[in-house]
Design a protein around this ligand. Structure first.
Ligand code: BT5
Length: 337
């Protein structure tokens, strides 16, 4: 894998083998001669042949047709731009795509890029994270090669108090992508979990840089358990957890899932900019699992019980107490009673 992602794990440099894979992807199913490749990439034909051998070692199925050239028959499910962007229908999100073999946390990598001025819509994807982050300093398990770990940079023209709306937008996008790529029905659990059959398959961690009146940028951090197997989950998770593969019984193509997610985010963000938060909120409510149910919310040592009524403009959960009073809850963990 190292040869596809370059020497530096933090830069996502485009290597020769990735360029060759890119040529194959652009000319799907066609035979490309060694001469054409060496011309397009300005390297010798021997160098091309060496890279072809390397791509085969990495799991690509490539036919060599005597005196005609090479043809890609099948490629492994790798999260690299040359594979993800084939057929990607998105105008903003993912236009700039940084794919890393491994990183500490994609949120941290994206935050740094955003501070350095990365354009809105930039997406950082990693095959593995060394210290994937959950909320409140928790850990997000991030084994290599099976899941999706990605972070999206947005620069919405909104007040910092409205930033939670972006979390709702991203959970709706993940729900849409799951529904599009599997036969599963995901539910959103306030504020940021995606559940299938009551088990958590995805989590969101959004981080923001802001001044009093202005959001500089928001990083939407999205972790989806796609093909994770039972034995890859540690035994001591806080809630039951699962993956799309475990729930559907079928492996899910990660590149296709990533494309579906980026397209969903792109559409929803466009709607948000044109029509505001209303449509996002409506779809979130239609996809959440607890409206009208009795819930218990715990935050540090505080516990509150009541009936879940909805979410407000700022993303606060509205909980009706037994005496009829409605409380706004801004953070915490929900249990459905
Ligand atoms: C979350 O936190 O659900 C937010 C997860 C966000 C992860 C993404 S990956 C890309 C981006 N880069 C990052 O560094 N982070 C984001 P929270 O609600 O606090 O849930 C964390 C808890 O879920 C942990 O304490 C575990 O008990 C459990 N957990 C850890 N890894 C898990 C996994 N892969 N699947 C399901 N549950 C997990």
């Amino acid at each position: 894998l190292k040869d596809l992602f370059g020497r530096s794990t933090e830069r996502g440099a485009q290597t020769l083998s990735r360029k060759i894979l890119g040529l194959f992807m652009e000319n799907r199913g066609e035979v490309i001669s060694g001469e054409e490749m060496s011309g397009a990439l300005e390297v010798s034909r021997t160098a091309v042949w060496k890279q072809i051998r390397m791509l085969r070692d990495m799991g690509c199925e490539i036919d060599a047709l005597p005196s005609r050239g090479y043809r890609l028959v099948a490629a492994p499910d790798l999260l690299i731009p040359e594979v993800i962007t084939v057929g990607l229908k998105s105008s903003l999100i993912g236009r700039n795509l940084v794919c890393l073999r491994e990183t500490g946390s994609t949120n941290e990598a994206a935050f740094k890029l955003a501070e350095e001025g990365a354009e809105e819509g930039t997406v950082v994807v990693a095959e593995a994270q060394r210290r994937g982050k959950g909320r409140l300093g928790r850990i997000w398990e991030s084994p290599p090669g099976v899941n999706l770990y990605c972070s999206v940079i947005l620069r919405p023209p909104i007040l910092p108090a409205r930033a939670a709306q972006m979390t709702f937008l991203s959970s709706v996008a993940v729900a849409r992508a799951i529904a599009a790529e599997t036969n599963l029905r995901p539910f959103i659990k306030w504020p940021n979990d995606l559940l299938i059959n009551g088990r958590k398959v995805a989590g969101l961690l959004n981080e923001m840089s802001a001044e009093t009146e202005k959001v500089n940028f928001i990083v939407l951090g999205i972790g989806v358990n796609i093909n994770m197997k039972r034995e890859q989950f540690p035994g001591d998770l806080r809630h039951p957890a699962s993956s799309l593969f475990l729930e559907s019984g079928k492996p899910v193509n990660r590149a296709a899932f990533t494309r579906a997610l980026l397209e969903a985010l792109d559409l929803l963000y466009g709607t948000y900019l044109d029509h505001g938060y209303g449509p996002v909120r409506e779809e979130w409510l239609a996809r959440c699992n607890f409206l009208g149910r009795r819930v218990r919310i715990s935050f540090h040592d505080n516990v509150l019980t009541g009936t879940a009524k909805g979410i407000d403009e700022e993303g606060a959960l509205l909980v009706e107490r037994p005496d009829g009073k409605v409380e706004r809850v801004l953070a915490g963990d929900v249990t459905i009673l």
